[in-house]
Design a protein around this ligand. Structure first.
Ligand code: BES
Ligand code: MN
Ligand code: ZN
Length: 501
């Protein structure tokens, strides 16, 4: 998708479709729809429609006017933004995504979007629209033979002539990188298990690094021998059951002039298929477990964005990639494994594999010098029970780091909800025969999984994102297709930019 910024008069802009935001400025039951940022000509082109009562401005409603009077645009698309007083950058992201997704199946390949004025400033508006547009442009239709390749070719943002152009260009360029990186993550997550083995995931990460082509971004992939040599007993315990060799993907972003510290470690769960292992899952929705590498894919996408945006901070990205399979070589419930940190783990359920691979991933990140850690993982069904598909679960062992992360996730427009890590939960993963066990029983499953990870980060400030409920959109919405969401990429990039100062 080609995106441009234009400062020309909206009425004179030639396009297949001019999209505008309509909000409701009215009181309770009396809608008073108004177009944001429109001049007199655009207002008049929609005046009859707005007066008709057929449009209220309610969130994400769409109406098209053909041959709008006085405009060079062939169509005027009104997209609802909801109540005027609550209209936020998050809503704007969805409006932009909705505009694209409305036009895509209608064979329209280019559009212009009239930027609204918002209290957060024009640069934030540009960012929200571009990122929202990339979210909307993605469809998980790679394997449909009647795929129509409906991607939008051109999106022009119409900004006021008085805007600070340098600031908008910068926001535009950055948002493009982030939007592309999020979609890159989504492409990885969309691939099924037979086409996205640990080896393929490592190859895709290598290809990404080659394409970014920066001396500041390097990659090293460690195979089964190295993983064993490093004594990653927890990671290996999951990998040992699969015929596919595990891969430890290590990406390093080291920009010139970055301070020695902090070093941020990003660790992703890369289970390319989770059958549950010997504690095998039921057949119902087992097919979904191809997206169990979404945390790892988020880290690869985030490293891409970071290397292109060039913040002055060192970042290490680690993905522990393996399948979780039952076989004669697979680990069994009751087995005891020794993690890289030296801690012994009693395996109660081989389906609690994500925490095992992450235990060694987090430990390794610290060995490589990470002073701060973020992990992302489709870790538990319990977080889906707790938060559904709306919020990702966030866990943190450090309030200061959490406070910064919370701001980052808000700037990114990603919804997350903090979950507890009280010491009282620790006893649920105490083992009779080893240091800890890998499940904490039925209740508080998302928390006990996080408590397990906490054992491997010690005092290093750490954020854990449980994205099991949010990495896959179950039903398409106006602004996003069914399929992988690319959650966590944007929040992590925002956080890194903030850490770099
Ligand atoms: N990958 C699953 C978690 C999951 C569930 C991801 C639903 C996406 C959607 C994870 O490896 C798992 O199997 N967790 C178990 C842990 C249990 C055995 C303690 C779970 O949540 O049931
Ligand atoms: Mn599992
Ligand atoms: Zn899993």
């Amino acid at each position: 998708m080609k995106t441009t910024l234009s400062y020309s008069n909206p009425a004179d802009f030639q396009t297949e479709c001019l999209a505008v935001v309509v909000v409701d400025q009215g009181e309770k039951d009396k809608p008073a729809p108004a177009i944001l940022g429109a001049d007199q000509t655009v207002q008049s082109a929609a005046a009859d429609l707005l007066a008709s009562g057929e449009v209220s401005g309610k969130a994400l409603e769409t109406v098209v006017i053909h041959h709008p009077q006085g405009l060079k645009a062939r169509r005027l698309l009104l997209v609802g933004g909801g109540k005027a007083k609550d209209f936020s950058s998050s809503d704007l992201r969805k409006v932009a995504g909705t505009a694209l997704r409305f036009l895509k199946p209608r064979k329209i390949r280019s559009l212009a979007l009239l930027l609204p004025e918002m209290p957060t400033g024009a640069a934030d508006v540009v960012k929200a629209v571009i990122e929202g547009a990339y979210v909307g442009d993605f469809d998980a239709d790679t394997y449909k033979s009647d795929r129509k390749d409906q991607r939008i070719e051109e999106l022009a943002l119409l900004a006021p002539a008085s805007a600070d152009r340098a600031a908008l260009e910068k926001a535009h360029a950055e948002a493009r990188v982030v939007g592309e990186s999020q979609n890159f993550t989504r492409e990885l997550v969309n691939e099924p298990g037979n086409r996205m083995t640990p080896t393929v995931l490592a190859d895709r990460a290598r290809k990404m690094v080659a394409e970014v082509n920066s001396p500041n971004l390097t990659i090293e992939v460690l195979g089964p021998e190295k993983i064993r040599e490093l004594k990653m007993g927890a990671f290996w315990s999951v990998a040992q059951g699969s015929d596919e060799p595990p891969q430890l993907i290590v990406m390093r972003y080291t920009p010139p002039g970055a301070p020695e510290k902090p070093v941020l470690g990003l660790v992703g769960k890369g289970i390319t298929f989770d059958s549950g292992g010997i504690s095998i899952k039921s057949a119902d929705s087992m097919e979904k477990m191809k997206y169990d590498m979404a945390g790892g894919a988020a880290m690869i996408g985030a490293m891409r964005a970071i290397a292109l945006l060039q913040p002055k901070i060192k970042v290490i990205g680690i993905v522990c990639a393996t399948e979780n399979m039952p076989s004669g070589k697979a680990q069994k419930p009751g087995d005891v494994q020794i993690a890289m940190s030296g801690k012994s783990i009693e395996i109660i359920n081989t389906d609690a594999e994500g925490r095992l691979v992450l235990a060694d991933g987090l430990n390794y990140a610290r060995q490589l010098g990470a002073t701060h850690l973020i992990d992302a993982a489709t870790l538990t069904g319990a977080v889906v029970v707790a938060l559904g598909g709306v919020n990702a679960g966030v866990f943190a062992n450090n309030d200061e780091m959490y406070a910064r992360f919370e701001k980052a996730e808000q700037r990114a427009g990603e919804k997350m909800w903090r979950m507890p890590l009280d010491d009282e939960y620790r006893e649920l993963i105490r083992s009779g025969i080893a240091d800890i066990k890998n499940t904490g029983g039925r209740w508080g499953g998302a928390v006990t999984a996080a408590m397990f990870l906490k054992e491997f980060v010690d005092d290093t400030p750490w954020i854990h994102l449980d994205i099991a409920g949010t990495a896959w959109t179950e039903e398409s919405k106006n602004w996003i297709a069914l399929g992988p969401s690319g959650i966590a990429v944007r929040s992590i990039v925002e956080f890194v930019k903030d850490m770099a100062g």
